[in-house]
Design a protein. Structure first.
Length: 188
């Protein structure tokens, strides 16, 4: 019996061209193998959340519908977020707010999710990690229960946008394996 290739979609909570979170997500996409296919969804075109733009579920702006479709079609979600002012980025919170509709029946409800946070400082985004976890839990996502993946001093680990730190690479691979296991649990 052949195992089905799992598809994970990743989103980065930063729009900046030189974003460490986006660079890290790009490196995670490169970790795709015969068991997992990982793609990135860019949040650049997702407008600010405004419920007036969505009187019914199907009438949201096209970039929002594309976001929901990408998450809905994926077996699991990978969230990579910087830490801004002790919390997750507004870009990420906005995307999660859009994806969380309709309430309790959204593409996030029951979706296995892995959280990775980054920071150029020594804490690695632990406070952002907590906020992302709280938001994903509130929208009924299946957040992978595992030690947090926080990447401190991220700039030193991504010189030129390449993940050179083998310890960090190992933590991410372990997280991806845990995400795959959560997908299996969700299906059983």
């Amino acid at each position: 019996m052949t195992e089905k290739t799992l598809h994970f979609v990743g989103i980065s909570g930063s729009l900046r061209t030189g974003s460490f979170s986006a660079a890290l997500l790009s490196q995670i996409v490169a970790m795709s193998d015969d068991r997992t296919r990982i793609t990135a969804f860019r949040l650049h075109d997702v407008p600010l959340y405004n419920q007036d733009l969505e009187p019914t579920h199907g009438s949201a702006p096209a970039p929002v519908l594309a976001l929901r479709e990408a998450i809905g079609a994926a077996d699991g979600l990978i969230v990579v977020s910087p830490e801004y002012n002790y919390g997750m980025s507004g870009v990420l919170k906005n995307a999660l707010d859009w994806a969380s509709r309709p309430a309790y029946k959204s593409v996030l409800a029951g979706k296995p999710a892995l959280i990775i946070t980054t920071s150029p400082f020594a804490m690695g985004g632990v406070r952002a990690q907590a906020q992302v976890r709280q938001t994903l839990s509130a929208v009924l996502a299946r957040v992978v229960s595992r030690p947090e993946i926080v990447i401190p001093l991220v700039g030193e680990k991504l010189p030129g946008g390449l993940l050179t730190d083998e310890t960090t690479r190992g933590h991410i691979k372990s997280g991806l394996a845990d995400l795959a296991a959560e997908v299996a649990r969700a299906r059983s």
